[in-house]
Design a protein. Structure first.
Length: 492
């Protein structure tokens, strides 16, 4: 993945700083609660939501099991429709391909549709290094770009900003990127939207190259799909002479009919709309309609490694709706920047460590950025069991073990700083495997409960600094059961 976030501290340290920002917490609380309530209402309108959710899960799982076949079918269909397909093993190769394609047009500017994949690979920075300026056209992405900021949400990248902050960014920065903000700009939504519209209009009319991602790719027809709410994406997809789409290989669907399921679940889960205001689909090129040249860059960048993990691969079902972020109590308080990735929240906590590995401090800490409450799983429209993957990745961080990196089977070493946790888990395993020792330990703990400390010593202080140790009961459950059941002992 991109080096954009290199140098980020581990999640606990970054989150501690974010939690102390009252303005940030207020912005996040207001936004996530609003989106959450609207989504719940939109989903409740659909009587067969559970069936749609299961259908989406099965389609995705089937596709991932046969991904090689569907990707080759997609390539054949795109090529037959007049497009050109490129394969990129990692971020560096994808950036190199896109930069070369832009240079071949002779242009030095591009307009961009909101795209998680291009953020993942750090495409804007790579293009800038090659003398090419990329302009974000999604309103929230524009705010992030003008503010020299980082996205903090999958759907609403500028969710951490309020209207006053956005107004100040527009006033200070728009002039450096093109048309300046109008005089006397206020923080009313209509005026902010109009300022962005005027600023972007000249870029749409001038641009010869557009860059996009895609929400879905249909292998059967070679069709790419982008759903959005503003219409800026459609301007990028139709006006330029050359269109370059960078898409993760997991976004492919087998047939046109499969698309039906996701066009019902994605808008309700993301923007709480019955359907997206703009659903753009294109298949190769057509004379006199849209771009004359189309390139599709299929991006791996750790996805094949993730696919090799039988538990973790379910993260590749993700359709980037962001529903899990809006219900997560950890995200609501820490915000997206603390995750050190363009994929924040619960999905980021399982996707980033798989795409990037767990060697860095931030990636090794992400599987712990959760209370395991399960709210994320309940709202996921493709039924990704995020808590299950989090626990799986925690085991990988603590114990190490077999994994796939860069297509090769490797044995990971345990991450540093978890020796105490490993020792505690091994001691627990030993005790639970010996009922007599467990019973003796429980009785000893109950009889010495008055002497127990209120906080843990040593490294345990990090855990008990923000929570109380649970009180040990006066009588172990086994003893209570034996006493109240007349001495009848259950099976060991």
């Amino acid at each position: 993945m991109s080096g954009t976030f290199v140098g980020m501290p581990a999640f606990p340290e970054a989150a501690r700083k974010a939690v102390g920002d009252r303005t940030l917490r207020g912005n996040l609380r207001h936004a996530t609660h609003t989106i959450r309530a609207k989504r719940a209402k939109a989903v409740a309108e659909v009587s067969d939501w559970a069936e749609l959710r299961e259908a989406g899960k099965r389609i995705k799982d089937h596709t991932l099991r046969h991904l090689d076949r569907y990707l080759l079918q997609l390539e054949e269909a795109v090529t037959a429709a007049g497009g050109t397909v490129h394969w990129a093993a990692d971020a560096e190769e994808a950036n190199r391909i896109v930069a070369r394609l832009v240079k071949e047009t002779g242009e030095s500017e591009v307009v961009k549709v909101k795209s998680m994949a291009t953020q993942e690979i750090g495409l804007n920075e790579a293009l800038q290094a090659e003398g090419i300026r990329a302009y974000e056209t999604d309103l929230a992405e524009l705010i992030v770009q003008l503010g020299k900021d980082r996205p903090s949400h999958i759907l609403v990248p500028a969710i951490h900003r309020n209207r006053g902050e956005i107004r100040d960014v527009f006033r200070a920065e728009m002039g450096e990127w093109g048309r300046p903000a109008p005089e006397g700009l206020t923080d009313t939504p209509a005026e902010l939207a109009e300022a962005a519209r005027l600023h972007l209009r000249e870029k749409f009319l001038r641009a010869k190259v557009g860059i996009s991602g895609a929400n879905f790719m249909v292998a059967e027809t070679g069709t790419l799909v982008v759903v959005e709410s503003e219409g800026n994406g459609r301007m990028c997809l139709t006006l330029p002479e050359t269109l370059i789409s960078v898409v993760g290989i997991e976004k492919v669907l087998p047939t046109w009919r499969d698309l039906e399921v996701f066009l019902q679940t994605l808008p309700r889960s993301s923007t709480a709309e019955r359907m997206n205001p703009y659903t753009s689909m294109w298949t190769g090129t057509t004379d006199g309609d849209g771009p004359r040249v189309f390139h599709l860059v299929l991006l791996d960048n750790g996805r094949t490694d993730t696919l090799a993990d039988e538990v973790g691969r379910q993260a590749l079902r993700c359709i980037r709706c962001s529903a899990c972020l809006n219900v997560c109590p950890v995200y609501e308080r820490a915000g997206g920047h603390a995750y050190g990735s363009v994929y924040p929240g619960p999905i980021g906590a399982i996707l980033s460590p798989q795409l990037r590995g767990t060697r860095s401090e931030i990636d090794a800490s992400l599987p712990y950025a959760s209370s395991l409450c399960g709210a994320c799983y309940e709202v996921c429209p493709v039924a990704i069991d995020i808590p299950e993957v989090l626990v799986h990745l925690r085991e990988r961080v603590v114990e190490g073990g077999p994994a796939t990196r860069d297509g090769n089977k490797v044995v990971l070493k345990p991450a540093k700083g978890h020796a105490g946790e490993r020792a505690a888990m091994r001691a627990a395993r030993w005790a639970f495997a010996r009922p007599g020792a467990l019973r003796a330990g429980q009785r000893l703990a109950s009889r010495t409960r008055r002497f127990h400390p209120r906080a843990l010593p040593g490294p345990g202080r990090a855990w008990s600094a923000s929570r109380e140790l649970p009180a040990v009961p006066a009588e172990p459950f086994r003893d209570w059961w034996q006493r109240t059941r007349g001495g009848e002992e259950g099976p060991e």
